[in-house]
Design a protein. Structure first.
Length: 517
């Protein structure tokens, strides 16, 4: 039986939103028609189709798209040799990321075609692709600008976009806010409690929860959600647009791989678009202004300062599994630090009964535990190093042998290709496929051996890491809380506390330790 040597094909399609006119099905249909016109050497019976729906091509990295990640993985495994897009913008609208992705597919031996842009990677015209990527990114920014302009015009007319704040509903005909007779009393009560009764945002949230009142989503009130209501000009009849704008943030890991995300940047009030008196107010302007003055005064009184609480971000409550945060309290002229469960801090003690934990004794207990763990591992390290050295030597021998076998198979494959006219077609094809399978197997074995060696070589650095960690621990008494936090962040993955029981999960020793404080 003759093997099927036709070229395997794939299609990638993407839309930003479900409402976008250029549908997934339309893109796939155009790509299928293109592949059918290529000729009999292309396999049209089993085309692989990758679909990413409602995914931004500018703000979302390709590595955060499920179907694109799958396409890259399948290309690595040689499941297809032709990948077709409707146009370059379907890959993405990022001039930095697009060329890297196309280069990745080409590295795996995949031909890439963008139909509408007349791009074909066989032509090796990288400049054309770079220009198309720049134009695609510019078009994305133009679309975003047009959407922003439309929303700004809507705000100028006093119309509301998005979900209405609690106490209001949106009139579908006029697109304006109207008061909700069922819930309008909730924001009114907030301002009353905050301004006239002198309750802070946390106490206001507690009082609302005590009365059985909930947010629009049915959740308990928190100081953050109360603060958001108190600052919202919608409650004095205004529609405000442009308080924040989207910005692309790129981040690179140690290997150079880029990830990106959309962040919102608060704008200057002078840039805001405000339509005053656009709808009925729930709160008097004087009451609203009084609330703003109190918020501003309290914001200034809590001057920004950076505190280095060593266990922040690592310490978890064993009762509700939420993080614990560090608080300060003055007592007898001295500052007293303690860790409190964030659930209890937000919603009150009735939400979680985990008691507050004095910070200094807890941090010292954790520090002592780390010292003991380091000493124990240091004692065990000598014997392990001898065994590890033998393992590395054995793996090096295996790697050399497999690499020799791979070189021989490559030579056999080249010789067979040069002598192909001496064989019948079926015989030649079978022998070539057999050599390819052997090469794939050898490549997998070589990769596995190299991974084992990498793990062992990484572990060889453990004594140096231990020594460095010990030296840092010795210096903590003079360097203070910031250095202690750095050591905790480096060595610990998680600390869970329930009453007097503490569990430490280490990040580098791959061990878990339980103890009592």
């Amino acid at each position: 039986m003759q093997a099927d040597t036709r070229i395997k094909c794939a299609i990638y399609a993407r839309v930003s939103t479900d409402q976008q006119g250029d549908s997934i099905d339309n893109q796939v249909s155009q790509c299928e028609e293109y592949i059918h016109r290529l000729g009999e050497q292309y396999d049209v019976s089993d085309i692989i189709i990758y679909r990413d729906e409602a995914v931004s091509g500018y703000y979302t990295s390709v590595f955060d798209r499920h179907e694109m990640r799958q396409a890259i993985q399948d290309a690595r495994e040689h499941r297809f040799k032709l990948l077709v897009f409707k146009e370059v913008s379907r890959v993405g609208r990022d001039k930095q990321e697009n060329p890297a992705i196309i280069g990745m597919f080409e590295q795996y031996g995949v031909r890439v075609v963008a139909i509408n842009d007349n791009y074909d990677s066989l032509n090796k015209d990288n400049i054309t692709f770079d220009i198309l990527s720049v134009l695609s990114e510019q078009e994305s920014k133009k679309i975003s600008s047009r959407v922003s302009s439309a929303r700004k015009q809507k705000a100028r007319r006093g119309q509301w976009g998005g979900e209405p704040p609690i106490g209001y509903v949106v009139n579908r005909a006029t697109k304006r806010l109207e008061t909700d007779p069922v819930q309008r009393h909730i924001p009114a009560l907030m301002f009353e409690l905050y301004v006239h009764h002198g309750l802070g945002t946390f106490r206001v949230a507690q009082e609302l929860n005590r009365r059985g009142m909930r947010t629009k989503n049915g959740n308990p009130w928190t100081r953050e959600s109360v603060n958001k209501i108190l600052r919202n000009q919608a409650y004095i009849g205004n529609v405000v647009y442009g308080t924040r704008r989207n910005q692309l943030k790129r981040q690179y890991d140690d290997s150079g791989k880029m990830s990106k995300r959309k962040v919102q940047i608060r704008t200057n009030p002078s840039e805001w678009q405000i339509a005053e008196g656009a709808h009925e107010a729930i709160v008097d302007p004087e009451l609203f202004q009084a609330a703003q003055e109190i918020l501003q005064r309290k914001s200034k009184s809590t001057s920004p300062r950076r505190a280095y609480h060593p266990l922040t971000g690592l310490l978890y409550c064993g009762r509700c599994q939420q993080r614990m945060v560090c608080q300060k309290r003055a007592s007898g002229g001295n500052a007293y630090r303690y860790y409190v469960c964030s659930t209890a801090h937000k919603y009150g003690r009735e939400s979680c009964s985990q008691p507050n934990i004095s910070a200094d004794p807890l941090e010292m207990t954790v520090l002592d535990a780390i010292r003991r763990q380091l000493d124990q591992i240091k004692k065990e390290q000598f014997d392990i190093t001898i065994d590890r050295s033998r393992d590395v030597e054995r793996l090096q021998q295996e790697l050399a042998m497999k690499q020799t076998q791979r070189n021989k198979r490559n030579k056999d494959q080249l010789d067979l290709f040069r002598q192909r006219e001496l064989f019948e077609h079926d015989t030649y094809t079978q022998q070539m496929l057999a050599l390819k399978e052997q090469l794939v197997q050898l490549e997998e074995e070589i990769a596995a051996t190299m991974r084992q060696m990498a793990v062992l070589k990484q572990a060889e650095g453990m004594p140096d890491m231990l020594q460095a960690a010990i030296q840092r621990l010795k210096a903590l008494q003079v360097e203070g809380a910031e250095a202690t936090r750095a050591v905790f962040q480096e060595l610990l993955n998680r600390v869970t506390i329930t009453n007097r029981h503490i569990e430490l999960v280490y990040d580098v020793f791959f061990v878990r330790e339980n103890m009592m404080r």
